[in-house]
Design a protein around this ligand. Structure first.
Ligand SMILES: C[S@@+](CC[C@H](N)C(=O)[O-])C[C@H]1O[C@@H](n2cnc3c(N)ncnc32)[C@H](O)[C@@H]1O
Length: 359
């Protein structure tokens, strides 16, 4: 049986020969083998992204021998890596042995408008290495980034500016594929002054202001992060104030709408209540808070939030949360939840207002 990931022994059973075990038993075994093999495909993809193979294939198919020079690799080994990825829809291999990009493979090109190359390459450098310490997280509930890299994630990214800039780009890549769904699901018209807390390079703010000419914004993140903002490139410097600071310190006051996307999942419950308390103080009367996060659905249905939740534990000691968990934390910090809005992406929007505002 060929699987999206792999190919296991039952395919090569000789004619007339019975495979061992019932079909049901085999399916279960194959499923587990396929899940375990995931590391092979993930590692191959990380390396292809790191080596920028897709950029080299932008003008047409090339063989591993032709790609070996520019990627600094051993041609026969590169061939094996590309053949592996051709088996799962990233490249195709033609009858001459040359490799070309599939539609998905195109998105590994650095210049594709929906590129995820930087994210995938960084998964190989940061996530894969941190996951070697997953057992420690499981036994203690602590994040393990510092075990792998010697310092907590935000300090490491500050002290390694190239990796930090790649992290911002990775967030931008995520946002590019998520933001259409966010602005479709939530009406930002009449938002007034929007403060994006932990707003990274400003991708969310730039997108929302781009569609709402009457709104203004404040981009708030760590000082060295907001330095790398995209506000000027978007021609929005007259409508956006860029503020560097700490979410555990003074959050810029006086906004009508506070947004936080993919921020709270990096922090423990106690830290989240502190951050929310700061926003509660900064928010104007009648103001609104939007949390944009992966809310974990009930039941067994597969959902990216479940894997992200495990990743947040291992990387940062953080977590994705259920609706009930968000309601409990927001209530503790003095907010009431008015709506939780699903989007076409894996993110949901939790809309909250101060408890003491009139309903
Ligand atoms: C996962 S990123 C999300 C970025 C952005 N909201 C997005 O969705 O693309 C988390 C952000 O929190 C910021 N951050 C982490 N610690 C912070 C702190 N103490 N004060 C302010 N921002 C912080 C990081 O710099 C980063 O930009």
């Amino acid at each position: 049986m060929a699987t999206p990931f792999g190919f296991h022994g039952s395919d090569i059973t000789k004619e007339g020969e019975q495979p061992m075990g019932s079909e049901l038993e085999l399916d279960g075994s194959l499923r587990l083998l396929e899940l375990g093999d995931g590391i092979i495909y993930a590692s191959a993809l990380h390396l292809a992204a790191e080596l920028k193979v897709a950029d080299l294939l932008a003008d047409g198919p090339l063989s591993a021998a032709e790609l070996a020079g520019p990627t600094g690799t051993h041609a026969p080994s590169l061939h094996r890596l590309l053949r592996t990825l051709a088996g799962c829809g990233v490249f195709t291999q033609d009858s001459t042995g040359r490799f070309a990009l599939t539609e998905a493979g195109e998105r590994l090109r650095s210049d594709h408008p929906l590129s995820v190359r930087t994210t995938v390459a960084q998964q190989g450098r940061l996530t894969a290495r941190t996951f070697q310490y997953a057992e420690h997280a499981l036994r203690t509930g602590e994040g393990t980034f510092a075990k792998a890299f010697g310092q907590p994630v935000w300090e490491y990214l500050k002290d390694h500016p190239e990796e930090g800039a790649d992290f911002d780009t990775a967030m931008h890549e995520h946002s590019r594929v998520e933001l259409a769904a966010i602005v479709q699901a939530y009406d930002f018209a009449g938002a007034g002054r929007i403060v994006d807390v932990g707003g990274g390079d400003g991708t969310l703010l730039v997108t929302v202001l781009g569609g709402n000419p009457g709104a203004t914004g404040v981009l708030f993140d760590l000082p060295h992060v907001v330095e790398r903002n995209r506000v000027e490139d978007a021609g929005l410097q007259d409508r956006v104030e860029v503020v560097g600071g700490d979410i555990f310190g003074d959050i810029p006051a006086g906004g009508d709408l506070y947004t936080m996307k993919s921020v709270l999942h990096g922090w423990t419950d106690n830290e989240v209540v502190t951050i929310l308390g700061g926003i509660r103080k900064a928010l104007k009367p009648g103001g609104t808070l939007l949390l944009i996060e992966r809310v974990i659905p009930a039941g067994n249905a597969p959902h990216p939030s479940k894997a992200f939740d495990l990743a947040m534990l291992i990387m940062a000691g953080g977590q994705e949360r259920t609706q009930q968990e968000y309601v409990a934390l927001l209530t503790e910090a003095g907010f009431r939840v008015d709506r939780i809005i699903g989007t076409e992406s894996s993110l949901s929007i939790v809309e909250a207002r101060p408890t003491d505002d009139a309903v």
